[in-house]
Design a protein around this ligand. Structure first.
Ligand SMILES: [Mn+2]
Length: 321
């Protein structure tokens, strides 16, 4: 694929589409909003923005979020001059929107995932960056683009959420330096933190309490798991993302080496999320045709709850626990 220059390509483009990934997080959304505004402010072209699945409520504070359109609202036959993917590790993360990327005259990928290896005319993929927001900040700075308060806020949100509030190992000196510049440009740390981390619903918090109460601990508390049935979710109003962060909460216990969550999809069909401190859970999940990272992986398992737990435990044991 021909390599192109970003600045020249934007100037040539009459239509630009930015696409975020399925189950959007703060990084893909913040980067998409910031990039839309950066291009509009610096090139006077207003890119369109697409989401694939529902945007979590906590990000509704971000300026311009209402301008993002769902994939169903787009005409599938439309061809854009430029399509930019933000925070897209692999093309299956944009599902049916791949058709827009394939047909675009200029394909751009801005990302920070090590495994990103699909083709693009313009690639800004930096796996040592904390977030796509950080990569985008560097692009904007290198191009001498103007910023405003909304752009700073969106980029700060992207970096804050992908570093778990500047706590994860991807938080480098440069990450904090960029965050500092964004604050100087108008991003308000306290406001953004409050929206991202202190805006949980009562149902969400009470659902966690309910689940933690029925968590099961095995092997001297080295293994912890919880089973969530459809009826449990219904009891708490079936709100989106009720199980978000739940398995991590079990993993965070000092004695726990491996934690997993079984979430009922149908009778005898569960979505499994695993987290670990040392054990390779990607191996555990690959036994059930799933996968992921060494310390965070998932799969779908088709047994009764009891048998599912038994089979997962067998795989965990094979990994040396
Ligand atoms: Mn990211």
């Amino acid at each position: 694929m021909e390599h192109l220059n970003l600045d020249e390509s934007i100037k040539k483009s009459k239509s630009i589409l930015i696409i975020s990934h399925i189950n959007p997080d703060g990084d893909t959304l913040g980067s998409m909003l910031a990039l839309r505004d950066l291009i509009y402010l610096n090139y006077k072209i207003k890119p369109e923005m697409m989401n694939i699945s529902k945007i979590p409520k906590i990000y509704e504070f971000l300026n311009g979020i209402k301008d993002i359109k769902h994939i169903y609202e787009f005409d599938k036959s439309r061809i854009y001059d430029m399509v930019i993917l933000v925070d897209i590790a692999a093309l299956d993360r944009i599902c049916d929107a791949q058709i827009f990327y394939e047909k675009a005259f200029i394909k751009v990928s801005i990302d920070h995932h090590k495994t990103n290896n699909y083709d693009a005319n313009i690639r800004y993929v930096e796996s040592d960056s904390s977030s796509t927001g950080e990569v985008l900040y560097k692009i904007a700075e290198n191009h001498g683009w103007k910023f405003d308060e909304n752009i700073s806020e969106a980029l700060y949100t992207a970096i804050l959420t992908d570093t778990g509030g500047f706590r994860f190992e991807n938080t480098h000196a440069l990450t904090l330096k960029i965050a500092s510049k964004l604050v100087a440009l108008g991003a308000k740390p306290q406001k953004i933190f409050k929206n991202c981390y202190e805006s949980k619903s009562k149902a969400f918090v009470m659902f966690r309490a309910y689940c933690l109460n029925k968590a099961v601990f095995l092997k001297n508390d080295k293994v912890a798991y919880v089973i969530v049935y459809k009826k449990d979710l219904e009891k708490f109003g079936n709100e989106d993302d009720l199980t978000e962060g739940l398995v991590e909460l079990l993993r965070d216990i000092d004695t726990v080496e491996v934690a997993f969550l079984l979430k009922e999809i149908d009778k005898n069909k569960f979505k499994v999320s695993t987290r670990s401190k040392n054990i390779d859970v990607a191996q555990v999940c690959s036994a059930f045709n799933g996968g992921g990272h060494q310390f965070a992986a998932g799969c779908v398992i088709k047994y009764s709850a009891e048998d599912s737990v038994k089979h997962i435990l067998e795989e965990i044991e094979k990994q040396g626990l």
